[in-house]
Ligand binder design. Structure first.
Ligand code: ATP
Ligand code: MG
Ligand code: MG
Ligand code: MG
Length: 473
């Protein structure tokens, strides 16, 4: 039999504990005191100040399983969920950290030992990448570990290219960063996709499982790199991705934990066919929403609360698509708690609140979704390629359809949204409100709020442009 994801999480922590690492609990999804960050997006977040030399810990080696949400900010995977085999909004990042202790050679040796000796992965299924100029990392892989040259790929700095691999890791636009080396697992030639760096790298044959970052710089607002006090190590391996490998399945959604959640979503939506993509989205979103609420996020009209509301509404819309017409999503919470409550007791202690908030949000959106969908469908019926931005604004303003929800539905029909017209309609309404002397804190502020507070969360990510960026859109 194969190990469960709960066992794999523990095996990772135990391995690094045996190498002198302190086991540190996950920090909250809401990063306290870091305005540059929307949600915790990596294991290293809670150690940011340790890397920068501002904070000292009683240990120089740590390991954790960190709750992460990538649904906005620099790392945004919301639009990937349901489309790729490997992306979630919420996921767990297993990590080991060295604060000025070991560096490249030991980091690589540990990773290889865990993967090939403890987890017993066949070496020839592993391909690694190194930062293009990092001859040192290349030599460690090649000479010390013995990975043949054909499975070591040099990758440059591809910032900006959505799908291109990028071997220079940054937490955000500022903060600790450095070159990295990544480990990919080859799921076999029957899957589409080429090795990292190849034109087909965005397929899902080769799946990135582990990133080892050599933290060496602090990037400031002007983009200048300042060397850190001590070279350090930060690694991240997606628990769901390594579980897929160890459970001999391809997609994250096929692992034990997701199978349970998908079955629960099927039960609550009365869906017989477990392979329907909406069920995966629901299984993904129930985790993100529940964990965000457990960490204190409240659904609302701006900032973090609006991201939560948008995810909830996307989930509701998938239920709607499956024929559901009243609150159902919150009924999956007990299944999630049963699955993950042992590892994350905050789910247990907040179960009632999570359920209540989700139910409220559902009741509210179910009041308008039907009429909104009717309008959306009739507009779509007369749409060729680009959905009317005025209608998208009306859906937003009157029916509570966030722009990204409308865009998501349109994307399923290969239609983009005219976001310029959407923004113009919003600006016009703001202007009218101002002229009327009203202090109307309309939902219009939502986008502004997110955009100004969180660098990198740009409207593009929810816009028509995005549709064009997706090859599989
Ligand atoms: P990808 O290229 O697949 O989007 P990434 O390079 O953005 O991944 P990193 O920032 O390097 O990911 O994060 C470290 C690890 O966390 C990845 O190697 C992967 O195992 C895991 N991971 C990253 N994003 C996700 C996600 N959205 N869902 C699940 N696991 C993820
Ligand atoms: Mg990514
Ligand atoms: Mg990557
Ligand atoms: Mg990576």
């Amino acid at each position: 039999s194969t190990p469960s994801s709960n066992e794999i999480r523990q095996a990772f922590l135990d391995f690094f504990a045996s190498k002198g690492h302190e086991i540190v609990s996950s920090s909250s999804l809401v990063p306290h005191g870091d305005p540059t960050l929307l949600f915790t997006n990596a294991g290293m977040n809670q150690f940011k100040d340790v890397f920068l030399g501002f904070d000292k810990r009683p240990y120089t080696r740590a390991t954790s399983s960190q709750k992460c949400v990538r649904a906005g900010g620099k790392h945004n995977d919301l639009e990937n969920v349901g489309y790729t085999a490997r992306h979630h909004t919420f996921f767990e990042m297993l990590g080991n950290f060295s604060f000025g202790d070991y560096f490249k050679e030991d980091a690589i040796k540990y990773a290889w030992e865990l993967l090939t000796e403890v987890f017993k992965l066949p070496k020839d299924k592993l391909t690694v990448t190194v930062y293009a100029e990092d001859d040192e990392a290349y030599a460690i892989w090649n000479n010390i570990i013995g990975v043949p040259a054909e499975r070591i790929i040099r990758i440059g700095d591809n910032k900006g290219a959505r799908y291109a691999s990028d071997n220079f890791w940054m937490m955000g636009d500022t903060g600790p960063c450095g070159p990295c080396t990544e480990i990919f697992y080859d799921h076999g030639a029957h899957h589409f996709g080429g090795p990292p760096g190849s034109p087909d790298e965005d397929g899902d044959r080769y799946i990135e499982i582990w990133n080892n970052v050599f933290m060496q710089f602090n990037r400031d607002e002007a983009g200048v790199m300042h060397p850190l006090p001590k070279p350090s190590v930060d690694t991240g391996m997606g628990l769901e991705r390594i579980s897929a490998v160890l459970q001999h399945v391809h997609a994250n959604y096929e692992i034990d934990l997701f199978q349970t959640l998908i079955a629960a979503a099927a039960r609550e939506t009365k869906t017989a066919d477990l392979s329907i993509p909406s069920l995966k989205v629901l299984a993904d979103h129930i985790r993100a929403c529940s964990f965000l609420i457990a960490d204190g996020v409240i659904a609302g009209n701006e900032g973090r609360g609006y991201v939560l509301r948008r995810i909830i509404r996307r989930a509701i819309r998938h239920g709607y698509k499956l024929g559901v017409r009243s609150a159902f999503f919150h009924k999956i919470v007990p299944d999630l708690v049963a699955e993950m409550g042992d590892a994350y007791p905050e789910l247990v202690s907040n179960q009632a609140r999570i359920t209540e908030i989700l139910k409220q949000e559902e009741d509210r959106f179910f009041e308008t979704i039907e009429n909104g969908m009717a309008i959306l469908e009739s507009e779509l019926a007369s749409t060729k390629d680009v959905f009317n931005g005025e209608t998208a604004f009306k859906l937003h303003d009157t029916y509570g359809f966030p722009l990204d929800l409308t865009a998501d539905i349109c994307r399923e029909r290969n239609v983009a949204v005219d976001t310029d017209a959407f923004n113009a309609a919003m600006a016009r309404q703001k202007e009218q409100a101002r002229a009327a002397g009203k202090f109307k804190m309309t939902a219009n502020l939502e986008y502004d709020g997110v955009a100004t507070n969180f660098h990198g969360y740009d409207k593009l990510e929810t816009s028509a442009t995005v549709t064009a960026l997706y090859k599989d859109g």
